[in-house]
Design a protein around this ligand. Structure first.
Ligand code: PRP
Ligand code: MN
Ligand code: MG
Length: 206
């Protein structure tokens, strides 16, 4: 859109390609997990970055349910708020809001739905918290995983949509200081864009 035109370097993954990949993930997850029916699969949305992926993935699993009459995968939907980023860096202080609002996870099948695993610190912390509820199974799906130059990622998801290069990416609900969530394609920012929306005095010294 017009309001971000000067802040972006390039489109890394167009919206349509993201949708195609989510469709493939949905069918794969459906095939792997429908064996647990008639029990519900509890899908946990990791807000805010995960909201669009969650929404599209859940609808595409619903499509699988609609298209088949031999099997289906019932789901229930839960939401949790997790954050740690300021500017383009993890503070490694993982703030989790809404854990106590989650409905009985005990003995249930859980699918955690996240937008990106970068350092892995967020998902490692969240999964540890979810495990305390003693679910029957926990699977993690992340739309993106980062191919970090320092090779330091401490978490590997069960399912991943795309492996992306070591750039800070935005769009499709992924933000930089709350900007760019309202961008449809996955994009890479210009240095000037990073500087423009930077929160001064926060995060790391370069
Ligand atoms: C981002 C992203 C993931 C996490 C990944 O969330 O949405 O949740 O960081 O980073 P990590 O693997 O290095 O921990 P953020 O803290 O920006 O909150 P948000 O989802 O509200 O944007
Ligand atoms: Mn997030
Ligand atoms: Mg963020």
């Amino acid at each position: 859109p017009l309001h971000y035109r000067d802040d972006l370097k390039s489109v890394l993954i167009p919206y349509g390609l993201v949708q195609d990949r989510i469709e493939a993930l949905a069918s794969r997850i459906f095939s792997d997990l429908h064996i647990h029916i008639p029990e519900q699969l509890i899908c946990i949305c990791v807000l805010k970055g995960g909201y669009r992926f969650f929404s599209d993935l859940v609808s595409k699993i619903q499509n699988e349910n609609r298209l088949r009459n031999d099997r289906s995968l019932p789901m229930s939907l839960e939401f949790i708020r997790v954050r740690s980023y300021v500017n383009d860096r993890s503070t490694e202080q993982i703030e989790i809001i809404g854990l106590s609002d989650l409905n009985a996870l005990n003995n249930k099948h859980i699918l955690i739905i996240e937008d990106i695993i970068d350092t892995g610190v967020t998902m490692a912390a969240l999964k540890t918290e979810i495990e305390k509820f003693q679910p029957k199974t926990i699977h993690v799906v992340s739309l993106f995983t980062k191919r970090r130059k320092d090779k330091k990622c401490i978490f590997k998801p069960d399912y991943s949509g795309f492996e992306v290069p070591d750039h800070f990416i935005v769009g499709y609900a992924l933000d930089y200081n709350e900007y760019f969530r309202d961008l449809e394609h996955i994009c890479v920012m210009k240095e000037s864009g990073i500087a423009k929306y930077k929160i001064p005095g926060s995060g790391h010294v370069e």
